[in-house]
Design a binder for this molecule. Structure first.
Ligand code: IMP
Length: 428
């Protein structure tokens, strides 16, 4: 196996950062596909935190190539800040980063529209709860064939014309949403800043698709790092409470510009419980003290926006849907330690609607059916095998795997690299 996709099985924030970091030990190249700075990976290395939004989590391994695929929407200023932060730590100093010239660019007006829409929606009870990073508006312009791409940051005349045309289209929208149409001076500054950023990024840009296909052809190990999670997928997630990109495994091929026959394996990441940020259905959500306990124990606050995440029990029908959508062949279970100390742990095994039991979530509201499993005390942080876990935690892990129909390749029992039970190697 040399080409592996890692994808979030829930609503994002499954702890992909740590898992990708571990799998990167075996990879030569890590490719981020889809989304933009809406994602946030918190990596803990030797007790030190590094948060990345655009650069793949694989960055923590010096010398491994990091690719940003053409399907991404990139804020050039955020990317430059991240590159500097990485370089200050001795990472990305050897030209390891390749940014697809076809990736779309997020400019300040995308963020302006995103924020105005959210505020406007909130007043009418219709907000999506986006990260306000301009993701939706950038993908809209892309679909309308009016977007700005990375290659346009290297062509001043084209960039000026494209931005002027975008703002012509958007001015009435900004006014309708109660915003202030930016002045010419402001727009000129945005363009100048973008051109400066483009020049700084120029040495890192190139044909990402051909590069990825080439290294796969050479038999190198390539890891595709998904952002967000399957249930936020634009086509198959909990629409309209989704992001604007393809978050499922198929999105990796789409974004990178390679065919599905090049993929060897798909690993899904699931937390031992469920979280979601923003609006949208979350039938297993826990409110009050129970939700607060999970949030505080798991540090469930957004890495990108700092928003408290909504917390609840693991939703197996949703997990099964993720397994189906992405064709997951194995799962990595994260944050099992967070559930320690609870007298009992619940997991939703099915939904009940009109007297029928459903094994995947229906579109209409339905009643979750729970299986209850006895709780466990603190997990040994030096657990290296499933047999090192207390019996109830072991039973929880086995029950999830059985009910999801997929084996675990890894179980994480703490935030540090070392606090991991490795079961199988996805690259083996
Ligand atoms: P957007 O991607 O900023 O447009 O936000 C759309 C929805 O996706 C909102 O509910 C966000 O909270 C959610 N979302 C986007 N990125 C992430 C992520 O990386 N983790 C969790 N939720 C996300």
């Amino acid at each position: 196996m040399s080409v592996v996709i890692v994808v979030g099985a829930q609503w994002g924030d499954e702890g992909k950062g740590k898992v990708v970091d571990l799998f990167t030990e075996r990879a030569d190249t890590v490719v981020r596909y889809g989304g933009g700075a809406n994602a946030g990976h918190t990596l803990v290395i030797d007790g030190q935190k590094l948060v990345t939004h655009l650069v793949p989590s694989g960055v923590c391994h010096p010398g491994k190539a990091c690719v940003l695929g053409d399907g991404m929407v990139i804020d050039p200023h955020t990317l430059l800040e991240e590159i500097s932060e990485c370089q200050a730590r001795g990472l990305l100093t050897r030209g390891e980063l390749l940014i697809g010239l076809g990736a779309h660019v997020i400019l300040p007006y995308h963020k302006l529209i995103d924020g105005l829409r959210e505020d406007h929606g909130a007043k009418r009870g219709k907000a999506i709860g986006t990260t306000r990073r301009g993701i939706g508006p950038a993908y809209e312009m892309k679909a309308a064939r009016k977007g700005v791409r990375m290659r346009d940051l290297l062509r001043p005349e084209r960039l000026r014309a494209q931005v002027a045309s975008n703002l012509d289209d958007l001015a009435p929208v900004i006014t309708h949403l109660g915003g202030q149409v930016p002045s010419k001076a402001e727009v000129d500054k945005w363009i100048d800043d973008a051109l400066v950023a483009g020049e700084k990024l120029r040495p890192h840009t190139g044909d990402a698709g051909r590069h990825v296909a080439k290294v796969i052809g050479e038999g190198k190990h390539v890891l595709f790092e998904g952002a967000q999670g399957c249930l936020l997928d634009l086509d198959h997630g909990t629409y309209p409470y989704v992001t604007s990109s393809s978050t499922i495994a198929a999105g990796a091929c789409q974004s990178a510009g390679i065919g599905p026959t090049m993929i060897d394996s798909v690993v899904g990441i699931t937390k031992a419980y469920a979280t979601r940020v923003g609006e949208g259905p979350f039938p297993t959500e826990l409110h009050g003290e129970e939700g607060d306990r999970l949030r505080n124990a798991g540090g469930e606050f957004g890495a990108t926006t700092g928003r408290p995440r909504r917390c609840g029990w693991l939703d197996l029908p949703a997990l099964r849907m993720g397994v189906r959508l992405s064709g997951m062949q194995s799962l990595a279970l994260t944050k099992l330690d967070v559930l320690a100390g609870l007298p009992e742990v619940s997991v939703c095994d099915a939904y009940k609607l009109d007297g029928k039991e459903l094994d995947e979530p229906p579109t209409d509201p339905a009643e979750p059916i729970y299986v209850r499993i006895p709780g466990w005390e603190k997990l040994p942080s030096n657990a290296r095998s499933i047999d090192d876990l207390p019996a109830p935690a072991r039973s929880y892990v086995q029950t999830i795997s059985q009910m999801a129909g997929v084996p675990f390749c890894l179980v994480s029992v703490g935030p540090d690299r070392s606090e991991t039970i490795r079961l199988t190697d996805p690259f083996a």
